[in-house]
Design a protein around this ligand. Structure first.
Ligand code: NAP
Length: 284
């Protein structure tokens, strides 16, 4: 029930109407019986500074950030975590006595299904060099992957991506390669991650790798697709057919949300409730 004491959370972006975050967070808030509500907050890029001042004025407790504000929010914050600085993007902000604090829970979200294994002998191959690939690189570094190979289709963009890590506080062991060099590296990869939109509508029948390329991966390799709809993607279908363990993007979405909510409400949150709410929404 929304009442006079209800505290405000939300997601800012442009657009936000397709965001799954309100469904996931409000389900958890209801299950915990907390006096909070999580709102979609559409904010145009030019209005971001005014919006953040307004959030302070109305006492908003915290918010998630989606496209196009994930980088633009950084100079408006009083504190940014080391991991968010390294990624160069913030997806979760909360209010402290010192002002707005921000971090990037996509990194924790990506890591969650990969914890409790030894990655010291498992190089990671990342397909794509966009925003999500940045969180993936930080996460693979945290896991302890000995090397991170990033495959990009545009050499200048890829070069800039790799250079940005050389001046980051994390200093991952990272190298960039063209798409045509994949066949040289796939036989040694321990983790292969699709961080491109290939496999998502309108390219739902496509895969970033051919079946022949997937067959080159070691049998112990894990195929991870950041895409959460369709489930499974063509890439993960091919990987499962080749006998590989597969992980799709739903768990990352759930876990980044759970990590954000835990920061705001300062208590453990019901991840099962959040996952179920997302599945109902996605399958409904
Ligand atoms: P982005 O910033 O636009 O980056 C996309 C990357 O994919 C770019 O490097 C792009 O290359 C590359 N790419 C696009 N089409 C390609 C193609 N046909 N062949 C080869 N490379 C191609 O997007 P993003 O935000 O990183 O998102 C990437 C994917 O991750 C999306 O499917 C998104 O839904 C998913 N995602 C999932 C979660 C989750 O919680 N599960 C979170 C974030 C993102 P160029 O640089 O050359 O354009």
């Amino acid at each position: 029930m929304i009442q006079g004491t209800t505290q405000l959370l939300g997601v800012i972006g442009d657009p936000v109407k397709h965001s799954l975050s309100p469904v996931m967070h409000n389900a958890a808030i209801a299950a915990l019986g907390l006096d909070y509500v999580y709102l979609p907050l559409p904010i145009a890029a030019a209005d971001l500074p005014a919006a953040v001042r307004g959030f302070e004025a109305i006492g908003l407790r915290g918010f998630n950030i989606t496209i196009p504000h994930k980088q633009a929010i950084l100079p408006l914050l009083n504190e940014v975590s080391e991991v968010a600085q390294a990624v160069g993007a913030v997806n979760t902000v909360w209010r402290t006595a010192r002002g707005w604090s921000g971090t990037n829970t996509d990194v924790m979200g990506f890591l969650a299904p990969l914890r409790d294994r030894d990655w010291q002998q498992a190089p990671a191959a990342v397909l794509g060099n966009g925003g999500a690939a940045r969180a993936v690189v930080a996460a693979c570094h945290q896991l302890g992957c000995p090397e991170i190979w990033v495959f990009g289709r545009r050499s200048e963009r890829l070069q800039r991506f790799i250079e940005s890590w050389q001046i980051s506080p994390l200093r991952p062991r990272i190298a960039g390669y063209s798409w045509s060099q994949l066949d040289d590296y796939l036989p040694q990869a321990g983790l292969i991650i699709n961080a491109t939109p290939v496999g998502m509508a309108p390219q739902a029948a496509a895969s970033p790798l051919s079946s022949e390329q997937i067959a080159q991966l070691p049998k112990a390799a894990i195929a991870y697709d950041l895409i959460y709809t369709p489930r499974p993607t063509q890439f993960l279908k091919q990987a499962a057919q080749a006998g590989l363990e597969t992980i799709d993007g739903l768990e990352m979405l759930v876990q980044q949300g759970a990590a954000a909510l835990e920061i705001w409400v300062n208590q453990p949150v019901p991840i099962d409730v959040m996952r179920a709410a997302l599945l109902t929404q996605l399958e409904g």
